[in-house]
Design a protein around this ligand. Structure first.
Ligand code: PFF
Length: 450
């Protein structure tokens, strides 16, 4: 154990932790899953509830995870062993590890698609095609099950390669440079999308709420999307928190990440919905919403070839900085708790994910054996992890900090032992202790009953 400790890697700078945490948060969840969720759950009403969730609950849950990580200097399971020895609390860490496998398994399917779309961009394959052709090619691609699996395997391998090289070299450098670039390209695409004919309808779908659409299901989906998008509830930020230096400001890190993540999600909405309404893609189109609307948008833009290529490269990298964080949870657990060498931990975690992931990918073929009552394995993994395990993890994490770790230790961590003021610490602790557990539980239970 002592040897493992000595080798513990860390983030090199303050921007490092913000970039890495934002890199984990910003990914397919913002650009692909968020528009799907908004589209399938009635538009603006969902967005409104989502914004409440991420602002009111996202920051306290994120801060709780960072506090647990930095205080314990441990992976997501070891953290609870250290802070609450001889209790059942480490179960929270195990839920996170399980959840990490599940999310990585289906997330790598969609990540693989970004590689296919890079190839399509390079070969200018969308040029001059109409919506019907682009849609049927997307469906045909799903039916090539093993091609999906191949890209998924390549993506998992790439993730393993970066994680293998270690925290500082791999994660930090990748995230720092490319996230701002993604922001820039989304702004340009958003402006073009909003100036398309018929774009207004898309904007009102996104921003004019119809409150009758807020149902139990919409609330659970928004809660799940909030946790998923911010990478909360499964120990990513416990693990990353353990690499953060004692002088870093945890509260401002949490705020920065939540603001950046929300901004990118809303920007993605501003790119997708005006364009979708303009081209006649239905908001409930699910996977096709992004993968069919965007090529149509690129066809309308001067220099569309380059925009398309750069966009899919950036999307792949955004997905990569998220899969890196998922894999890092698994590798930190396997290497520190199971005492495996980091190399072996990486190989085993990648192989396990691949094994599960094959089912997720093959379940999207039209005649798949991997579906039950119309629900694909892909959907089941997504639902179980995002809408069930992440909120359960989140609730247990805030209960842990609010009631077991306690106010004094929480204040010590967020003020860096008194060096910082952290003026919001009282109100945030109040939310952690009382409001967040009750709110998450109510939304979660009422949604499940419905
Ligand atoms: N937050 C990532 C995204 O929005 O794409 C996905 C994700 C990464 C979810 C890590 C959960 C997680 F632990």
């Amino acid at each position: 154990m002592a040897e493992v400790k000595k080798k513990r890697d860390g983030f090199g700078s303050k921007l490092g932790i913000i970039a890495a945490a934002a890199g984990s948060a910003i990914g397919l969840g913002n650009i692909y899953r968020f528009p799907c969720e908004v589209g399938e759950n009635g538009g603006a009403a969902f967005l409104l509830f989502y914004l409440i969730v991420v602002n009111l609950l996202g920051i306290p849950v994120m801060l709780s995870e960072l506090v647990i990580g930095r205080r314990s200097q441990s992976n997501s399971v070891g953290a609870f062993h250290k802070l609450a020895p001889n209790t059942k609390w480490p179960i929270v860490g195990y839920i996170g590890v399980l959840c990490g496998f599940l999310i990585f398994a289906f997330y790598s399917t969609v990540s693989g698609w970004t590689l296919e779309y890079i190839v399509k961009s390079v070969t200018n394959s969308f040029h001059g095609k109409d919506l019907a052709t682009i849609e049927s090619e997307f469906a045909a691609f799903h039916d090539m099950g093993w091609r999906n699996v191949m890209w998924q395997g390549i993506f998992i391998f790439l993730t393993g390669f970066v994680v293998f090289r270690g925290v500082q070299n791999g994660i930090e450098k990748t995230a720092k440079v490319l996230m701002p670039l993604l922001l820039g390209i989304l702004i340009i695409l958003g402006i073009r999308s909003m100036t398309l004919p018929g774009a207004k309808e898309g904007l009102s779908f996104l921003f004019r709420p119809d409150f009758s659409k807020i149902t139990g299901k919409v609330m659970v989906e928004a809660l799940g999307q909030g946790f998923f998008s911010l990478s909360l509830g499964m120990g990513v930020l416990i693990t990353y928190g353990s690499y953060v230096k004692k002088e870093d400001n945890l509260t401002s890190t949490a705020f920065s990440v939540v603001i950046a993540d929300t901004a990118i999600a809303i920007l993605a909405g501003l790119v997708i919905f005006p364009a979708a309404f303009s081209f006649g893609v239905k908001p409930e189109a699910g996977m096709g919403l992004v993968f069919n609307t965007l090529p149509m948008l690129f066809n309308q833009i001067t220099g569309g070839y380059w925009f398309c290529l750069i966009f899919f490269v950036l999307l792949a990298i955004a997905a990569l900085t998220s899969t890196i964080s998922l894999l890092e949870v698994l590798v930190a657990y396997l290497s520190e708790e199971m005492l495996l060498k980091r190399t072996w931990a990486t190989v085993i975690a990648c192989a396990g994910t691949m094994l599960l992931g094959v089912f997720a990918s093959l379940s999207l073929m039209s005649e798949t054996p991997f579906a039950l009552a119309g629900h694909t394995v892909f959907d089941m993994m997504d639902f179980l992890s995002s809408n069930i395990l992440l909120p359960i993890g989140g609730v247990l994490i805030v209960i842990f900090v609010g009631w077991r770790l306690g106010k004094q230790k929480f204040f010590e961590e967020v003020t860096n032992e008194g060096a910082l003021k952290a003026p919001l610490k009282r109100i945030i602790f109040f939310i952690i202790r009382y409001l967040a557990p009750v709110a998450i539980a109510i939304v979660f239970i009422s949604g499940l009953i419905k």
